[in-house]
Design a binder for this molecule. Structure first.
Ligand code: ATP
Ligand code: MG
Length: 230
């Protein structure tokens, strides 16, 4: 269980201050699928970044079972992230000088040696193994970023707009792959998206508005990636 307790986070200072998160509280159950929705600028990426330990909060706590991330040193936090968290960013952040397979393998080597080639196959890029990011489309780069995050077998996958750059068919395929890992390996998924239909795949939907949690919905029935509207 991940508990976000009364978290606030500002960017900048003085008259230029932006309150990106204001007293945000939320729970993420182990093995659950959570979708975060909200308008542009409402704090979705910031929430994902503090939950995953990528950024520090200004106040409040982020607690994984009995580990409070806000109490860890920078080094401890990096090791924790490496072990537990898979991250897919809104921008892909692939290493430009590395091929597809090396980008994915880098993720795998951060933890136990998982079969990164099987993951590349599952996301449909086995014929691009030796291509470089600059030779790929946006959607293909996004898929490599997803494969890299999954290759290290994280406990939690945080994904910021993972289907934003994908066409419908590829988007559904990637969501289906993530959903299968979620169900078969008990992977917890926390996904930010502008596609409100993806909320139909979730156990929980968190609606953000101006840095606050506006509403939390629990969903009893979940749809598959091929059953949702697009
Ligand atoms: N590094 C930063 N420096 C200054 N302000 C920032 C920074 N990152 C985010 N913000 C501001 O914090 C607020 C929340 O941003 P955030 O990126 O979390 O929004 P979002 O909901 O993810 O939006 P989008 O849907 O456009 O990605 C916005 O007002 C944004 O301008
Ligand atoms: Mg964002």
């Amino acid at each position: 269980m991940i508990r976000v307790q009364s978290v606030s986070k500002n960017y900048g200072s003085g008259s230029g201050i932006t309150c990106a998160l204001k007293d945000v509280t939320a729970d993420i159950d182990d093995g659950s699928f959570t979708v975060i929705l909200g308008a542009s600028g409402s704090g979705k990426s910031t929430l994902l970044n503090v939950m995953s330990g990528l950024e520090r909060v200004d106040s409040g706590k982020i607690i994984y079972d009995d580990t409070d991330l806000t109490q860890l040193s920078d080094k401890e936090l990096t090791l924790f992230r490496r072990r537990v968290v898979g991250l897919v960013f809104q921008q892909y952040y692939l290493i430009a000088s590395m091929s597809v397979q090396d980008n994915v393998r880098m993720g795998a080597e951060l933890a136990t040696g998982s079969d990164y080639k099987a993951i590349i196959k599952a996301i449909g890029l086995e014929d691009k193994l030796n291509k470089f990011p600059s030779e790929l489309s946006g959607g293909e780069q996004q898929r490599v970023a997803i494969a890299r995050a999954l290759a290290k077998k994280p406990t939690v996958l945080f994904a910021d707009e993972p289907t934003g750059a994908l066409d419908e068919e590829t988007g559904r395929q990637i969501l289906d792959y993530i959903d299968r890992l979620h169900k078969e390996s008990n992977l917890s998924v926390v996904m930010v998206t502008h596609n409100a239909n993806i909320a139909d795949m979730a156990d929980k939907v968190i609606y953000m508005n101006s840095g606050r949690v506006e509403k939390v919905e629990l969903r009893a029935s979940k749809k598959s990636a091929y059953e949702i509207d697009w």
